[in-house]
Each structure stands twice: as C-alpha cells, then as structure tokens.
Design a protein around this ligand. Structure first.
Ligand code: SAM
Length: 287
C-alpha cells in the first residue's frame, strides 16, 4: 500500500511545519523526501544560512531562509507561527542531524501545536541514534543525556547522578573534550564499564571504538587525531541491582538528616557498599 508519505507529501503542504533531519556529515544521507520538502516549502528556518546553503547542491534550489538559533528563537516564533496559520509552509532544520535534539526548535514546534498548525517530521540522521545503532551495547532502553557541563565539578556531579541508571547512556561531546570527559566517566562509572565512542560518524575519518572506559580514555589520549571533530559516547548502564526498599528508606533518611559525606560514611558502615557507591546513592537521594 502506498502511504501518504509516498504521494501527497512529495511536495510541501500549505500551513504545515516540517521538522527535517539533515546529514551529520555525509551529504548523501539527505533523504530524497527531505530534499523535495526543502525545495518546495515557502521558507526554511535554519541555524546558519551558510551551512544549510550547502544542501542546495542536492535539492537544486532552496527557498528563503530565516535564522532561528538559541538567541533568536524566542523573538521569531510568533512571526513564523503567524505565517503558518496564514497558510505558508515552513521547514525547520538545524546545522546537522535532527532538529530539537540538543538543537533549537522546541519553542517553535510547541507554539505551532498550540496554534493548531500541522507538524510533520521528516526523519533522518541523528548522531545519538547512529552511534547507538553501531555501539554493540543494549539498545532496548536508553537515556539521552546530551552535552555534559563544561566545568569539571558540575560534570562529575551530573555523572554521579547517572551512576546507578541501568539503561544505556548517550552523551554528546566535541572530540576535543574526550580526554577529560572519558577520565571523569572512568572515575565515576568505574574503569571497566563498557562504552563505545562514535566520532566523525558518516565522515571520512570515522571512528567506532568499543572498550572499557579506562581503555577508551587511554586510546583517545594517545592519539590526538581522535580529539578532532564531533563525538558521541554510548556508555553501558549500571549492572548493580537496585537496593531493596528498606535500604532505599535508610538512604533517604540519611540524605535528609546529614551532610552528604557523613551520610555516605554512615551508609557505607551499615551496608556492603563502599564509600563511593554510598556517596552516589546519597547524592541521588538529595536530588
Ligand atoms: N541535532 C544533532 C543530531 O541529531 O545528532 C545534534 C546537534 S548537537 C549541537 C552536535 C553534537 O552532536 C556534536 O557535538 C556531537 O556530539 C554530535 N555529532 C554531530 N555530528 C556528529 C558526527 N558526525 N559524529 C559524531 N557525533 C556527532
């Protein structure tokens, strides 16, 4: 059966906001459907006109572009939604991958729904999903964390909050940050926790490496080429069994009554947990 997507979505429909995924490196990954939509909408909302203009080599033409980034999004949403309500068609793209995934666009999509506008996704590349698909780590349940804080103390706190999560964890990072991020992950999650680095995916110098966190940190540290470009880290979830309810209650009580390091010391003394595990549990109970 031919679906709607094969027929009437070949060209952009009036009054519709299309959320269009674009390549994360290899331009051949722009889908034919995405190319047709981009060539036929009235307007495209882009992060950077110079980046999106490269797609004209594939689409043949591109309509007028308006810049929608983290600074301009709030101010532009009302006028863009008014255009959609008036019957115009609009495509939202980001510089690479799927809009709204660690990229601008949420306010626009939300406002379009609130104004009764039809919103239609044109799916395609997403670095997190590409990395997960090649990671060789459980993919039935995953948590997308995106970018970690740049400051080490905040980054370690964020990692501590995730230490017990049992689902696979997905992180974005510029590759230049890999040495410090992998060092922190190895310290907080443990050196043997399995992880996969997906760097420069779909590009000429693509890396897909699967190893324990300490090994990965060492290999990346020893090869400065691995510190260039863009990266996704896919980290296995914790294999620790969750504590029983009574222990949960103890953790909550200690976290509420004592400063974190004292609470962790008491918890470690009363249980089989070591100080680091106890501290992580107290920290997550405090959030
Ligand atoms: N919206 C995009 C998506 O769907 O993947 C992500 C945008 S976010 C601003 C950019 C981050 O995505 C990069 O810092 C990197 O972590 C990841 N990324 C983008 N392209 C990549 C690639 N080709 N290989 C590995 N990671 C990539």
């Amino acid at each position: 059966m031919r679906e709607k997507a094969d027929t009437d979505s070949d060209v952009a429909q009036a009054g519709t906001l299309f959320v269009v995924a674009t390549p994360i490196g290899n331009l051949d990954d722009l889908s034919p459907r995405a190319a047709r939509i981009l060539a036929t909408v009235d307007l495209i909302a882009v992060e950077d006109t110079r980046v999106t203009r490269r797609l004209a080599d594939i689409t043949g033409r591109l309509p007028r572009m308006v810049v929608l980034n983290e600074h301009s999004e709030q101010a532009r949403v009302a006028e863009l939604v008014a255009g959609l309500v008036g019957g115009g068609s609009l495509a939202l793209v980001s510089d690479a991958g799927t809009p709204l995934i660690s990229d601008p666009g949420f306010r626009l999509v939300q406002a379009a729904h609130e104004a009764g506008v039809t919103v239609s996704p044109i799916p395609g590349p997403c670095a997190a999903i590409a990395a997960l698909s090649a990671a060789g780590l459980p993919s039935d349940r995953f948590h997308f964390e995106g970018f970690l804080p740049a400051r080490q103390a905040a980054r370690q706190r964020r990692l501590q909050a995730l230490v017990e999560r049992s689902e696979t964890l997905l992180f974005y990072a510029p590759a230049r940050d890999l040495p410090v991020v992998l060092a922190d992950m190895s310290e907080v999650f443990g050196p043997d926790r399995m992880a996969t680095l997906g760097r420069e995916l779909t590009k000429r110098h693509e890396t897909v490496w699967r190893a324990g966190l300490a090994d990965l940190a060492e290999r990346v540290g020893a090869d400065s080429d691995q510190q260039l470009g863009e990266a996704v880290l896919v980290v296995a979830g914790s294999e620790q069994v969750r504590p029983p309810i009574a222990l949960d209650a103890l953790i909550r009580a200690l976290a509420a009554e004592l400063p974190p390091s004292r609470a962790a010391r008491v918890l470690a003394n009363l249980t089989h947990l070591n100080r680091r595990e106890a501290f992580a549990l107290i920290e997550s109970a405090r959030q």
